[in-house]
Design a protein around this ligand. Structure first.
Ligand SMILES: Nc1ncnc2c1ncn2[C@@H]1O[C@H](COP(=O)(O)OP(=O)(O)OP(=O)(O)O)[C@@H](O)[C@H]1O
Ligand SMILES: [Mg+2]
Length: 282
């Protein structure tokens, strides 16, 4: 029997990354990366700046080639016909829309349908998908507003609604929380969790907000050139364990004052968020 999972088999992994190496500027950015994501899973990915998270996303999309190993989505190569329309990508720069583009929320979200628009589909059915997606992200009151007038968080929601309107089954979200206030972050995370549970969507979300990821994702992955942790959020390594995973020596010989633990309210399992700079801190 072949090792290849049959496409669309219920138990087949949605995404399978096998031992990939990706080079950029003649350096290995990703090395021996292995990752399997099943349908309905919400996987959070964290790691330092330059650790290769966005590179991995671009490799999953088929925009970057692997030097070795392979990526398969539902058992097929990233750019194959069977994968088309099944993956939606919200890029790190997605919320930075050019100021001179004038689009209402409804128009922006409608662009999500373009990738697989069937010109014979009744207009009503498409506009229903658009309104539903806008409603899901809670922007119904802004539907006819110019996207340039939205707050950072609202704009990010509009971009996510665009991905939802496309009816993709797999959402790849690269730092969607940047620029969002705490309330918007919480409701977006709740919404995404609901997509996995209620609609069986599969999510891979990159974020520097480890605390938020620990509370929402079903599984956490730590990527720095290779995957150094992959497991349930409660098992995510402590600051010290993480430093040791990254090969960072304790310059204080173990006698330092743990500012991070204090900042996070102490506890047995301090958030490792301060191990690498956040986007906001940069
Ligand atoms: N377009 C590019 N051309 C060449 N090298 C690149 C390019 N984009 C990124 N790199 C390099 O690839 C490495 C990984 O970058 P990547 O953007 O994947 O990291 P990241 O984990 O997403 O970081 P961040 O948290 O800052 O978004 C870095 O060393 C970076 O300099
Ligand atoms: Mg990135």
């Amino acid at each position: 029997m072949s090792d290849l999972p049959a496409p669309h088999h219920v138990d087949a992994p949605f995404l399978k990354i096998e031992n990939i190496t990706v080079r950029r500027n003649r350096t290995n950015v990703l090395k021996d990366v292995n990752l399997t994501i099943r349908r309905g899973e919400f996987v959070g990915m964290v790691g330092p700046n330059g650790g290769g998270k966005s590179t991995l996303v671009q490799t999953i999309l088929g925009l970057l080639k692997c030097q070795s190993g392979r990526v398969s989505i539902l058992g097929q190569a990233p750019l194959s016909k069977g994968v088309f329309g099944k993956v939606a990508w919200v890029s790190q720069a997605a919320a930075h829309l050019p100021k001179n583009v004038r689009l209402t929320v409804r128009e922006l979200v409608s662009l999500g349908l373009l990738s697989h628009t069937n010109w014979f589909l009744p207009v009503l059915s498409s506009s229903h998908k658009v309104s539903e997606a806008i409603q899901l992200v809670g922007l119904e009151d802004c539907i006819d507003m110019d996207v340039n007038r939205l707050s950072g968080g609202q704009r990010q929601r509009a971009i996510i609604a665009k991905a939802l309107a496309s009816e993709a089954e797999f959402l790849l979200l690269d730092e969607p929380l940047v620029g969002m206030d705490r309330a918007s972050r919480s409701s977006l995370l709740k919404l995404l969790d609901g997509f996995c549970h209620d609609q069986n969507k599969t999510i891979l979300m990159i974020s520097h907000d480890v605390a938020a990821m620990r509370q929402t994702a079903h599984r956490l992955v730590y990527l720095e050139e290779t995957i150094r942790f992959d497991g349930p959020p409660p098992n995510f390594p402590s600051l010290e364990e993480l430093a040791s995973l990254r090969g960072i020596e304790d310059v204080h010989g173990g006698h330092h004052y743990d500012h991070a633990a204090e900042h996070c309210g102490g506890g047995e399992h301090p958030s490792p968020q301060s191990v690498w700079p956040t986007k906001e801190e940069e």
